[in-house]
Design a protein around this ligand. Sequence first.
Ligand code: GAL
Length: 852
Amino acid sequence: MAAVGCRQLLLPVLVVLLCLAGASSATNVTYDHRALVIDGVRRVLVSGSIHYPRSTPDMWPGLMQKAKDGGLDVVETYVFWDIHEPVQGQYDFEGRKDLVRFVKAAADTGLYVHLRIGPYVCAEWNYGGFPLWLHFIPGIKFRTDNEPFKTEMQRFTEKVVATMKGAGLYASQGGPIILSQIENEYGNIDSAYGAAGKSYIRWAAGMAVALDTGVPWVMCQQADAPDPLINTCNGFYCDQFTPNSNSKPKLWTENWSGWFLSFGGAVPYRPTEDLAFAVARFYQRGGTLQNYYMYHGGTNFGRSSGGPFISTSYDYDAPIDEYGLVRQPKWGHLKDVHKAIKQCEPALIATDPSYMSMGQNAEAHVYKAGSVCAAFLANMDTQSDKTVTFNGNAYKLPAWSVSILPDCKNVVLNTAQINSQTTTSEMRSLGSSTKASDGSSIETELALSGWSYAIEPVGITTENALTKPGLMEQINTTADASDFLWYSTSVVVKGGEPYLNGSQSNLLVNSLGHVLQAYINGKFAGSAKGSATSSLISLQTPITLVPGKNKIDLLSGTVGLSNYGAFFDLVGAGITGPVKLSGPKGVLDLSSTDWTYQVGLRGEGLHLYNPSEASPEWVSDKAYPTNQPLIWYKSKFTTPAGDDPVAIDFTGMGKGEAWVNGQSIGRYWPTNLAPQSGCVNSCNYRGPYSSSKCLKKCGQPSQTLYHVPRSFLQPGSNDIVLFEQFGGDPSKISFTTKQTASVCAHVSEDHPDQIDSWISPQQKVQRSGPALRLECPKAGQVISSIKFASFGTPSGTCGNYNHGECSSPQALAVAQEACIGVSSCSVPVSTKNFGDPCTGVTKSLVVEAACS
Ligand code: GAL
C-alpha cells in the first residue's frame, strides 16, 4: 500500500520538475515598436548571415566564434530546400546539409539564430533554392495563390519547423532560434502576380503563424506583411525605413556587406567606412536589429550557384572571407562599431530618438530617458568635413560619417576613423607540375602524380536517347540533372543545295544560353557564351559539309539557373532556335527537323568524377592532350602541410568543374574575363554605395582561385578530377595556401579614444587618447618583426608605407619594444611616446608587422 502511494506521489512531482526544467530554459521572444523583446527585455542586436552549405561542418564552430568575437548576437541563415529534398519526399539533412548541427553550433557559441525558411531564398542559389521536381508538378505556379505550390511550400516549411522543434531549437523550447522568415522579398515583384499575389502573401503569413514556433516571423521587403508578421528592410542603407505598424520594430534583414560576383564580371567590394556609416545610421534612426548579408559568404560548391553565371566564390567582400579568415579592417572596425552601439543599448531601448538638425547635411539623434543618454552625430555630406556644436561642445565630423556618444558627451567611435588593424594576405604557391618537352610532367614540391585523361565523346552515346521533331528547351528536358544537353541531327548533302557555297555553309544557332559548342562531323566548329546580363546566344560560324550524311552535334551547357525576378522559374535555357544553315542562295531551317537528345555527359554517367570507382576510360599517357575541348583529367596530390586554407589556382584551364576525392569544389572558369572598364583604383567611400560603384580586377579573370575545404582532403594522397569543357592545360594549375603576410594599423592622434577604455559614463577610464593595436591572426603566433613604423605624417597602404616629411626617429624602436615577441600589442598614439616631430600638425602612427 505504502509503496503504491509513494509512486502515485512521485509521478506528479517528476512531471512538475520536468516542466520547471523546461520552463527555466525557455526564452520568450516578442516585440514592440522599439525592439525584439527577449524575456521581457528589449534588445539591440547585431546579426550576420552565414549559409551552412557554403562552408563545411568543420568550419562552422570557427566561423561562429569569429562572429561572436566580432560582436554579433545573431547568426542568420536561409534554409535551402533543394539540398534537403533532392527527390520529392526524400529528405537529406547530412553533412553540409546538417541544419540542426549548424544551429547547435551557433547556440554552443552563445549566438541566437534567425532561420529564414523561405522556402524561396533567392541568394544567388540555383533556382532560388527550389528543387527542380517542383517545376514538373502538374498545374503548379510558383510563388502565387496556387494550390499545388502552396501544398508543397507548406509541407516543406512544416518539415523544417518540425525538425527544429524535434531538436528543441526554438527559443520557446530553450533553443537559439529567436526569429524566422517566410517568403523572401516578394514585395519587390508581387505586382506581376496581381490579386493572386496578395492572397498568396496572406496565406503564407497565416500558414507560418499556424506552425506555432513561439517566435516572431518576418517578411522582408513586404510593405503589406500581415500582422503579426514584421516587415523588414533589405538594402545598402535602411535608415529611412519604417515598418508598416507602430507596434513593430525597425529591423534590417540584409545589409549587403559587399556584393556577389559573376563569371565575366569585375569583383565588387564595399568600403568599410561606408558599411560602418550605414550601420550607425540605422541605429541612429531607431533601428534595433541589423543583419550583414553576408558575414561569411563562402563558396558555391558543386552546381549550387544560381544565376546564370554566378561564380563559385561567394566571398561577397564579407567581414569573414571565403576561406574563413577575418577580413581586415572590415571585421575589426565593425567589431568596434558594434561595441560602441552596445554601449548605447541602455538608452536605445529606453526611448525613441529625438531629432536635432545641426545644419545642412548634419543631424543628431538623441536617446535620453531618465539618467541614460546616448547620441549619434551624423555628417551626411559626401564631400565636406564639418565641425558641429552639440550640447555646447564642438565635434569634428568627417564627411559621410557618424560619431557615437554613449553618454551624449564623449565620442567613442567615428565610422570613418578606423583604428582597427588591416592585413595583407598572400597565396603561397605549393608548386605545380610543369610539362616537359616530351609531354611528361615534372612535379615540384606538391606532388601531383601526373595526369591521366579520358576523352568525352562528341554527340550521343547513350542507347536510350530521345528523338523528337523540333528543338526542346533545356531545363524542361534535363530537369537540371546535369549542366549539359546534347542536341544532335544530320543533313544529307547531295550537292548544289542553296545553303551551300561549294562545300561551305554558315551555321546559325540561337540559344537561350548559357554556353554552346558546335561540332560538325565530330569536329569542333565554334562556341559561344552568354553573360550575367544576357544569357542569350547567337552562334554564327562557317562550316564545311561533305557529300552524303553530315552530323551536327550541339552541346548546350547551363551555368547556374536563374534565382531572381517574377517568374524566374520559367526563364528557359538551351537551344530553342532557330538553327539554320545558310548560303548565298538560300537557307535550310533545321529547327523543326528530328533532333536526338542526350541529357548529361557520358563521363558523368560513368561517374568519372569519382575515381574510387575504377573505369577503363582513363588513359595514362605522359602526352595527354591539352587545349582541346571535352576532356576529363585525373591526378593525385598530397595534402598541403599545416592548417592554412587551401585553394587551387586554375589559371591555364578553360571552363569546367573540379572534384577532390569525389566532391565537387564547383565550376571553374578562369578564362572568363571581367570587362576592361568600370573599375576604380581606390574607391571613395563617401556618398551612396551601389553594387557597381567599387569594382576591381577589370580585364582580368573574375575568379582564378577555388577553395578546397580542408575537410575534403584526406591524410596522404588525394584524387583530383577535372572536366574541361573548352580546353586547358592541367599542368598549369597550382595549389596554394592562404596566409597573412603583414599586419598593419594606421591611427591618427585625432581619432577617438581606444574604445576598450570605455566602460560606462561613470567608470570610463582616464582619457588616454587613441592607441594603435596589433594582433596576430592565428593562435600561437607572435609578432616576429616590425617591417615599418612611422609617427608623423606617413602615407601609403599596408605593405606599401612611406615616411612623410614629418617623422619621429623613435618610432621603430618604440614599436619594437612594445610588440616584438607578443601575440598582440597596443601603442598609445601620442607625442608622450614619440616626442613631437612637427608641432601644430596632426600626426598619425603607422606600424607594419609580421607574425610567425
Ligand atoms: C536580395 C535577396 C538575397 C540575395 C541578395 C543579393 O535581394 O533577398 O537572397 O539574393 O539580394 O545578394
